[in-house]
Design a protein around this ligand. Structure first.
Ligand code: SF4
Ligand code: SF4
Length: 389
């Protein structure tokens, strides 16, 4: 991370808080509402259970559908973080033994040097696939009041009891494929998203097992159990943006987020700031290119659109109701708000220079935005070309 392009700030997600934060009930999350909210029940048929025939159109063929299906496999069979987690690699407990190598039971590492332990946990996270990893003290306001799990029998509420001695969260960002996301809203973008979800399962699940092997407890999560974005902000991974997503310094919004809660003492990172809010104020590319007009224009607001937004937070709330209805019409998910974002660029001298400029010379932001548009960044890629390399 280039230190000239970021600065450290005192508050993490707290800097967006304007009122009381009551823990969010996960049944109000948009993906859950079709299973209990009569007004959204039609999305069960139209989104969850619809059979989507392949089309004779680039990006929507059976080959593209097969890629999406394969990309999601690890999440769908070994994590299910989107539906509820607590299984497979997202299981909360351990079978109580090392399967390989075999070591005596009950061992614990020496934790006197918290900095060293933290560096090793981060190293393990990167080995297992994290593009970014940060640590924060666990702010329990971000844990859901209850989880709402999609089971074969329908929606099911479940209590969440994270033990009191779990005082830390390790926030993990995994990268999504640039070329795939550029094809949004066609299926290669959905495959990049699915691969991101499968990477989350792999990375968080293995990291939790590493921590357990050190003699401590760990709970790995995908989208389940707690809101990932405020935890990632607290852990210094990025800032919230107009598209409702976390923007990271190196990958922009082109990441997926997972987290591991633990009672292993760790050294928290400091939250960061790198000019996202100022840039979003002059840039509305994501709002203009959102096919369902679900992204706000103008300044952030504490006013929610509906029950799927949190209250007490001054931010750019997304209208998740209209967003998910578009996904149903599209026959798959959409990443236009990632594809079009000027922060979504691969690393490189020029792009790193612009990132530095956004942080240090915000008066030039309109110029940077004009350059982004002039050079055609964020335009939809050709889904056939995705297959050519
Ligand atoms: S995912 Fe697509 S439809 Fe939903 S907010 Fe983003 S751009 Fe709009
Ligand atoms: S597209 Fe522009 S307004 Fe939207 S999140 Fe990215 S920088 Fe902010």
């Amino acid at each position: 991370m280039d230190l000239g392009s970021i600065s450290y700030v005192k508050d993490g997600a707290q800097r967006y808080v304007t009122g009381d934060i009551t823990p969010f009930d996960q049944r109000n999350e948009m993906f859950k509402r079709p299973f209990w909210d009569p007004q959204m029940a039609f999305l069960q048929e139209q989104f969850y259970f619809a059979r989507v025939a392949p089309r004779d159109k680039p990006g929507y063929t059976l080959t593209d559908q097969a890629l999406v299906n394969a990309a999601w496999r690890l999440e769908n069979e070994y994590g299910l973080g989107v539906r509820g987690g607590r299984m497979g690699l997202y299981a909360w407990d351990w079978n109580g033994r090392f399967s390989y190598p075999h070591v005596p039971e009950g061992l614990k590492i020496n934790i006197e040097d918290v900095g060293l332990t933290t560096r090793r946990v981060k190293k393990a996270a990167r080995l297992f696939g994290a593009a970014m990893v940060g640590v924060c003290k666990l702010d329990r306001r971000w844990i859901y009041s209850k989880s709402y799990n999609i089971t074969p029998e329908g929606g099911k509420e479940e209590e969440i009891n994270i033990p009191e001695d779990f005082k830390y969260a390790v926030a993990i960002a995994v990268e999504m494929d640039y070329e795939g996301i550029n094809c949004s809203p066609a299926l290669p973008a959905s495959a990049a998203t699915g691969t991101g979800y499968s990477r989350m399962v792999f990375t968080a699940g293995l990291l939790a097992q590493f921590i357990r092997g050190l003699g401590f407890d760990a709970i790995p999560c995908g989208n389940d159990t707690a809101c990932s974005i405020p935890i990632a902000i607290d852990a210094g991974l990025g800032e919230i943006a107009r598209n409702g997503l976390l923007i990271t310094p190196g990958y922009g919004p082109r990441v997926r987020l997972a987290k591991v809660f633990t009672n292993l003492p760790l050294l928290p990172d400091r939250p960061i700031e790198f000019g996202v809010k100022d840039f979003c104020m002059i840039c509305e590319k994501c709002a203009q290119k959102c096919p369902s007009q679900s992204i706000m224009s103008g300044p952030p607001s504490a006013e929610p659109h509906n029950i799927s937004n949190r209250t007490g937070v001054n931010t750019w709330h997304i209208n998740a109701e209209t967003c998910l209805q578009y996904w149903a019409r599209n026959g798959c998910d959409c990443s236009n708000c990632i594809r079009t974002c000027p922060f979504n660029k691969p690393p490189g001298l020029l792009h790193d220079g612009v990132r530095w400029g956004i942080k240090n010379t915000p008066l030039l932001n309109k110029l940077f935005l004009k350059g982004d548009i002039f050079f055609g960044y964020g335009l939809k890629g050709n889904p056939d070309k995705f297959w050519e390399d």
